[in-house]
Design a protein around this ligand. Structure first.
Ligand SMILES: NC(=O)c1ccc[n+]([C@@H]2O[C@H](COP(=O)([O-])OP(=O)(O)OC[C@H]3O[C@@H](n4cnc5c(N)ncnc54)[C@H](O)[C@@H]3O)[C@@H](O)[C@H]2O)c1
Length: 259
């Protein structure tokens, strides 16, 4: 077994083809975990898995095609990843999307799309993963909410609502596991703007430098976060260092919510 803060852990990470999911996969693997990257972009997930295996050895990372809105795909992916990794002790519900538009502009179709991807995904992941995780305790479920799940904006009603839903859903899962004497924790991470492709629509709208400057001005620390800022929070939550933390939230917001 490789050494590290999550040595021997077996982690499934959704949205692992790029951005925060890929960064989390790389860091958990470097810290001793076996990782499964699941994404609707299979080619991207395979590329990240190949990089990890080239760096750390074959069998460290696996890739799966998963649309997180589809229950049958969740069931098949969990079964395959559990078999490939020899268990499942960490679930990172990271896949997510954002569609803007204020409450008068937003279509019902776009409302449903975001709620399916951001909320149904976390429900389905928790619902079907706990059965595997109970055999690999202590376990940790890490759900990507957002600072936008705690603080609203006039032009992101569905993103706000979806990420607030993830926040409370995660606490309910934590209490369910505790009540059933399962050593499986469930916590949320709430980042502000982090430098990933999710910000590309804004970069297209305003130009890269202007878009990033606009976002940075909203953050007391005066800069965007880096994917590793979030990956290190996921590492802490995945590791046994956070054994007494459940039903909680970690804000990585450069000070926004302190104002
Ligand atoms: N980057 C930020 O500024 C930021 C801030 C707060 C919260 N978040 C949250 O963090 C998570 C990751 O964000 P990111 O910045 O890495 O985004 P990203 O757009 O860079 O990556 C998202 C990944 O999710 C995958 N994905 C999207 N829909 C999917 C589906 N239906 N099934 C499976 N995979 C799907 C995409 O293919 C992609 O690989 C999201 O939940 C996002 O809401 C991001």
């Amino acid at each position: 077994m490789r050494d590290g803060r999550v040595a021997g852990k077996k982690a499934l990470i959704t949205g692992g083809a790029q951005g925060l999911g890929a960064a989390t996969g790389r860091l958990l693997a470097r810290e001793g975990a076996i990782v499964s990257l699941a994404d609707k972009n299979l080619v991207g997930a395979q590329a990240v898995a190949a990089e990890i295996n080239a760096e750390l050895g074959a069998g460290t990372a696996f890739a799966y095609a998963l649309d997180v809105t589809q229950e049958d795909q969740w069931i098949a992916t969990l079964e395959a990843a559990n078999a490939a990794m020899g268990g499942l002790s960490v679930l990172v519900n990271n896949a997510g999307i954002s569609i803007g538009g204020n409450v008068e502009e937003l279509s019902l179709e776009n409302w449903h799309t975001v709620m399916h991807v951001n909320v149904d995904s976390v429900f389905l992941g928790c619902k079907h993963a706990i059965g595997y995780m109970r055999h690999a305790q202590p376990g940790s479920i890490i759900n990507l909410s957002s600072i936008a799940g705690l603080i609203a904006a006039h032009n992101s009603p569905v993103y706000n609502a979806s990420k607030a839903a993830v926040w409370l859903l995660s606490k309910s899962v934590a209490l369910h596991c505790a009540k059933h004497k399962l050593d499986i924790r469930s916590n949320t991470i709430h980042p502000t703007f982090i430098d990933t492709p999710i910000l590309d629509p804004l970069r297209k709208m305003f130009g890269k430098d202007e878009a990033e400057a606009k976002l940075a001005r909203q953050i007391p620390l005066g800069r965007l976060g880096k994917p590793d800022d979030v990956a290190y929070a996921a590492l802490y939550l995945a590791s046994d260092e956070s054994r007494f933390m459940t039903g909680a939230e970690l804000k990585l917001d450069g000070g926004i919510s302190a104002m």
